[in-house]
Ligand binder design. Sequence first.
Ligand code: GDP
Length: 470
Amino acid sequence: MRLLRYDKLPTLTGLVHDSTLRLAVTGLSHSGKTAFITSLVHNLISAIQRPARLPFLRAAAEGRILAARVLPLGKDAIPLFPMQKTVSALSGDPPHWPPSTTDLRQARLSLRFSPRGFLGGRNPIWRTASTADVTVEILDYPGEWLLDLPLLCQSYEQWSRAMFDLVRRGGRAPLACDWLDFLARHPADGADDPEAAFLAHNLYRTFLAACRTSEQLSLLQPGRFLSPGQMADPSMLWFCPLPLSIGGQVRPRSLAALMAARFETYKRDLVQPFFLQLARDVDRQIVLVDVLRALNAGEEAFADQRLALDIILGAFRFGRRSLLRRLFGARIDRVLFAATKADHVPALQRDHLEALMADLVEAPSLRAKAAHARTAATSLASIRCTEDDTDIIEGRKLDVVVGLPEGGEKRIRFFPGIVPVRPPPPGFWGERFTEFPVFQPPRITRATEEGIPHINLDKALNFLLEDTLA
Ligand code: GDP
C-alpha cells in the first residue's frame, strides 16, 4: 500500500492540536463491517491524492488532509483489522470479498490535516505552518453482542420466559423441535447434570443458527452463542433458556439452577465488561444494517430485524432512555445508522432506502439532518459493484443496476423492485421482494491512488469526522 509518509512532509512549525477519535463500527453478521472499514481506510488514504474520491467529506474536498497512514500496532491487545488481507482480496484476479468480522478488531489510522480557517488554503508551504494530527481508532465488533444489553436487567427466569414467547412464534417454532424434544426429556427441575446442560446448549445454538440462515432472523440471544469471539472459558456459554412456569421458583441443584448460575456468569464476565469497554472507549458509533436483506427475506425477517434494531437503539439513544448511558455512563456523542449495500438498487431507490432507515430508527436522514443532530440515518455502499442504467420492461422504462454476479461471466441487468420509504404494511408482503445477487466487487489496485468506488461513504464520514477535521 502506498502511503504519504509524515517524514516526506516539510518540518512542521505549529501544531494546533493532537487528538484521538474512537470510532466504533458494528452491525449484525454480514451487514458489511469488513467492507466498510476497508473502504474507509483505503479511501481516506487515497483522498490525499484524489480528493474527488470523497467529495462530501469536507476536509478531503478542501484538500486539507495532508497525510495518512495505518499505524501498525494496536492497543489493549485487541487484534488488528487485517487491512492487508482485505485489500489483497479486492485486488485479486478475479477480486473477491474478504472474510467477515467474527470478533473484536481494531484499525488505527493517523491523519495529518490543516484545520479550517488557517491561512494557506491549498498552498502546501503555508498549509504546513498550521497542521494538526488526529488518530482515528476504529473498533470493529459484532452487532450480535449489543443484543445482550437487555439481559443485564433480566433475571434468568425473565429471560427464559421472553425467549419462550419468541420460540413459539412464526418460523422459529418448527426449527426448535429437536431442542424442545430434548428439554421435554430433561425437565427444568430435574438433576443439575452438566452433560445435559451442555447438550441442551448445543441444540439451542443449532436452533439459533438455523433461525439465522434459513429464516434470516436477527433477534437471536444471547449474542455470543453465534458470535462468541475469543474467550478464556467457553463453558461459560453452556446454558440455554428453559420453560419455567410464571412465578415458579428455581429449585436448588436443579438443571434450571445450573443454567441460571451460568447465565449470571455470562452476564458478569462477558456482557458487562464488553459494555463497559464500549462506554469507556468509544466516541462515535456507526451501526450498519442490511435492510435490503431483511426486506428481501419477508415480513417475519423484517419485523425481527426491527426488534433487534430497537435493542440496538436502546443502547445508543441520547438522554435518559439510553441503557448504555444509564448503566455505564457512555460518552458516545454521535451515532449514524446506515443501510448498507445500497448499490443493489438504483439512485431513486437509494433515497427510499435512506428514508426507510431513518424511519426505522426515528432519526433524520443525512440529507435532512439538522446541523447539530447527534443521530442520523443514511444509505450507503462501501464498495460499489454496480452502475445505474434504465431498461424497458413490459413497455415501461425502469431503473436498473448493472453488475457482474460473483463467479459469473456476464454482467446482468437487475431490477430490484421498489424500496418502501416506510415499514411496509401487511399487504406489501404478498409479493416477495426480488432475490438479490451477490455482485463481484470491483478490482482495486493495492496502491491507494485510485481508492475504492462507493456510494455515500464520504457523507457518512463527514457526519462522523467533520468536527474532528475542522
Ligand atoms: P461483516 O460480517 O459485517 O463484516 O460483513 P462483510 O463486510 O464481510 O460483508 C458481507 C457481504 O456483504 C460481503 O461478502 C459482500 O457480499 C456483501 N457486501 C458488503 N458490502 C457491500 C457493498 O457495499 N456492496 C455490495 N454489493 N455488497 C456488499
